[in-house]
Structure formats: structure tokens, C-alpha cells
Design a protein around this ligand. Sequence first.
Ligand code: HEM
Length: 66
Amino acid sequence: MTPDLRASALVDTDVFYDVVLKGILKNEGMVSFKSALSHDDVTAIRNYIIHRANQDASAQPADPTH
Ligand code: HEM
């Protein structure tokens, strides 16, 4: 199972780059994507994940009385 990165404590730290580019979690099943992604690509993905996490945090639950 791959984790939902919107809930990852690593997403707003530089450890994110160590996971994605250096493969520090490869023994746990998360290989390095260094051959496919540049540092800037990873920054863009990271910014998107943070954006999505913030969207979810501000979403209002549906009102069951309407
Ligand atoms: C086929 C694609 C992928 C697979 C199969 C995969 C798999 C995994 C797995 C199994 C873990 C959990 C490792 C553990 O137990 O600690 C993990 C963690 C993680 N993955 Fe991936 N991954 C993929 C793609 C990506 C991509 C494209 C990114 C970001 C650009 C990414 C970022 C991360 C991060 C940041 C974690 C650490 C989350 C945390 O511990 O909070 N992964 N991945």
C-alpha cells in the first residue's frame, strides 16, 4: 500500500527529497525516482501535495439537514 502523501509529515520537510531522490526508504518499498524526476519536478509535486492537503483541511463537511 502506498501512503496518502497529503497526510505525510515529511511533505513540508526537505526529507521529502531524500525519500524521492535519494531513496532513503527503499528498504520499505519506496525506490528513488532520481532517474525520472529532477529536483524541480519534485518541488512541483511537493507544492501540489501541500496545496491539496490545504484544500482538504479547509473543506466543509456536507450539512445533513439540507
Ligand atoms: C509507483 C510509484 C510509487 C510507489 C510504488 C511508492 C511506494 C511507496 C511506499 C511503499 C512507501 C512507504 C514506505 C514506508 O513504509 O515508509 C512510500 C513512501 C513515500 N513515497 Fe512513494 N511510491 C511511489 C511514488 C512516489 C512518488 C512519485 C513520490 C513523490 C514524488 C513519492 C513520495 C513518497 C514519500 C514522500 C514517502 C514517505 C511518506 C511518509 O513516510 O510520510 N512516492 N512510497
